[in-house]
Ligand binder design. Structure first.
Ligand code: HEC
Length: 213
């Protein structure tokens, strides 16, 4: 259950395969010590090191809390807290005042303003810049964003959720992401556009989790 949504679908199976393989190797060499010539031992040491570390690293990265650098740089690159000793200032007040689109350096010039024509595209830019470091924007990969919006939600409901849950920074595992009204609507429009049939989420492998209320 815990692994659903959070990690790629193949992950639990792969993890179990690594554990089973390692155990099998130890049991085998316990029963057949003669099989343990140095070439086999050498290869297996590398195999166990690589495949033993890999799931652990993936799991560790997947549960990384919002900070990527000591409680002041969020993993989406936004500086989220003051560090007086280093002269570092939080970018949050500036984002709150002017919006993400006008303050983020990598937003294309023609997307600084939300218009009827570009809103889904702007929403995608916002998702890329603020969510994609933790939520995959496709149907596979790490915590796909679309899996959290199963069910029938309107654009304004999603926008409201985004502003309530993320704007205040009250979600411990996500960065504070203040979005202006038009930015939240654009991001909501983009999220809706990724759902299979606008609002009815039939996401892969039936793991669509209902978004928390
Ligand atoms: C630092 C990583 C990170 C970033 C950035 C991030 N999230 Fe999350 N998000 C998480 C984690 C961790 C969870 C916890 C639950 C889980 O793993 O399913 C989560 C859960 C959610 C949920 C489920 C409801 C909840 O509150 O648990 C939604 C919806 C969501 N994120 C949307 C977003 C959106 C939209 C953005 C970008 C605007 C975003 N997240 C940015 C890490 C992140």
């Amino acid at each position: 259950m815990m692994l659903q949504n959070r990690l790629p679908a193949y992950f639990p199976t792969a993890l179990m395969a690594v554990v089973a393989g390692t155990l099998a190797y130890f049991v085998l060499t316990f029963l057949q010590p003669r099989a343990l010539v140095s070439a086999v031992a050498g290869v297996m040491t590398v195999v166990i090191l690589v495949f033993g570390l890999w799931p652990e690293e993936v799991a560790r990265e997947s549960i990384r809390k919002p900070w990527v650098a000591g409680q002041y740089v969020y993993s989406n690159q936004v500086v989220g807290a003051d560090v007086p000793g280093m002269g570092v200032k939080s970018e949050i007040p500036r984002i709150e005042a002017h919006g993400f689109l006008r303050t983020h350096v990598f937003v294309p010039q023609d997307q600084r303003q939300v218009t009827d024509a570009n809103r889904v595209e702007v929403g995608r830019t916002l998702a890329l810049a603020t969510c994609s470091n933790c939520h995959s924007l496709s149907a596979t990969g790490m915590r796909p964003l679309r899996h959290y919006f199963a069910g029938n939600h309107t654009e304004s409901e999603i926008a409201e959720y985004l502003q309530a849950a993320l704007a205040g920074g009250n979600t411990l595992y996500m960065p504070q992401i203040p979005l202006k009204d038009d930015e939240a609507r654009a991001l909501a429009a983009y999220i809706l556009s990724t759902l299979p049939n606008a609002g009815v989420n039939t996401a892969q492998a039936g793991v669509a989790a209902p978004a928390k209320e």
